[in-house]
Ligand binder design. Structure first.
Ligand SMILES: NC(=O)c1ccc[n+]([C@@H]2O[C@H](COP(=O)([O-])OP(=O)(O)OC[C@H]3O[C@@H](n4cnc5c(N)ncnc54)[C@H](OP(=O)(O)O)[C@@H]3O)[C@@H](O)[C@H]2O)c1
Length: 316
């Protein structure tokens, strides 16, 4: 029996890494085996993975030495950062740099770096159509990831740059689901006008990543964008109405209004949606649906995802 190639997965107890881990586990004939990286090997989620027979290893993206240990002898590494844990673009760049250095040190043969576009390439800091945030960013959680791309490149790492999309799961976990208005009716709020928002089931990101690892030769050195569907706010509201069995209207607000909502990260997300709205063609075409489906033949549509998850969307 030939030995399986280890994929070291950062964020294995979370959305993206968890999807990749489950994709590897569910392929009984896989050439790969998953190594789950977690900060706490004694957490209930980590113990659950160990019970399934998964190798579980402790590391923190804040700690280079721990990552070197976690990446040791691995063929591949799935690298993702956790902006919403700290809201700091500088930390995000430092964490990506740690992962890249650990991958270089351990001789990883294929890295997937979960990244985004640098929005400042299209909206320079002097462009006032959206505010500059934290002194030097337009969309901090995009721009920081894009800045970190060059660390992977400059170290000469065999990297695939994975452009992900808006998780439909945000309707469950991120407070972005339909809300009941003062008139008692449900409305789904986005500042996208009539433009299309590429979205994806978070689980499918990991499945696509698995497809990329399985086709290393084709994807090393490439940027790959993925989405499950490109839908307007009206189309999403129409699907919500159909699947939830309640009328949900699209509440189209301006990016300015969204930025002023006041929750942590509202300005960052207001700028992000405005970027997606104002550069719809470029943003959607960077996320090809056929490519995503070729990497992951079971890629879900919004309707598929909603049908599976309708009971999990908080509706109050
Ligand atoms: N929400 C969206 O629509 C969306 C779309 C595309 C991309 N993104 C990006 O996705 C990224 C987050 O990925 P995700 O959604 O997969 O995360 P997630 O589901 O929140 O999972 C985070 C996991 O990573 C681990 N983790 C957290 N901090 C860590 C650290 N310092 N060191 C090592 N592991 C750590 C945690 O595991 P343990 O507790 O077990 O350590 C946790 O289970 C963000 O940067 C965001 O910008 C989000």
């Amino acid at each position: 029996m030939t030995e399986k190639k280890i994929i070291a997965i950062v964020g294995a107890t979370g959305a993206q890494g968890g999807g990749l881990l489950r994709a590897i586990l569910s392929d009984k004939n896989s050439d790969f085996t998953a190594r789950a990286i977690t900060r706490d090997i004694n957490s209930p989620k980590a113990k659950e993975l160990a019970k399934l027979g998964v190798e579980v290893v402790a590391a923190d993206v804040d700690n280079l030495e721990s990552l070197k240990r976690a990446f040791k002898d691995a063929y591949g590494a799935y690298c993702v950062t956790f902006f919403w844990e700290h809201f700091s673009p500088e930390k995000e760049i430092a964490h990506a740099t740690n992962m890249a250095n650990a991958a270089k040190f351990t001789g990883i043969k294929h890295v997937i770096w979960s990244t985004f576009e640098d929005t400042r390439d299209r909206v320079p800091l002097g462009d006032n159509r959206m505010p500059t945030l934290m002194g030097k960013y337009k969309v901090p959680h995009f721009d920081a990831k894009a800045e970190a791309n060059r660390v992977f490149t400059s170290l000469g790492l065999p990297t695939t740059f994975l452009l992900t999309s808006f998780y439909w799961d945000n309707l469950i976990y991120f407070g972005m689901g339909p809300k009941r208005g003062t008139d008692g009716k449900f409305a789904f709020t986005l500042p996208m006008g009539s433009k299309k928002l590429p979205g994806i089931a978070a689980e499918d990101i990991g499945k696509c990543a698995y497809g990329i690892f399985r086709n290393s030769r084709e994807y090393i050195g490439k940027t790959v964008g993925i989405a499950g569907e490109h839908l307007t706010g009206s189309q999403m509201a129409a699907e919500l109405s159909k699947v939830l069995g309640k009328e949900v209207s699209y509440n189209e607000v301006s990016p300015d209004a969204y930025r002023s909502f006041g929750f942590p990260g509202a300005e960052d997300l207001g700028n992000m949606f405005q970027f997606k709205r104002d550069f719809e063609t470029e943003y959607c075409s960077a996320r090809n649906l056929d490519t995503a489906r070729s990497l992951n033949p079971s890629l879900q549509t919004f309707n598929n995802w909603l049908t599976q998850n309708k009971g999990r969307i908080p509706l109050e």
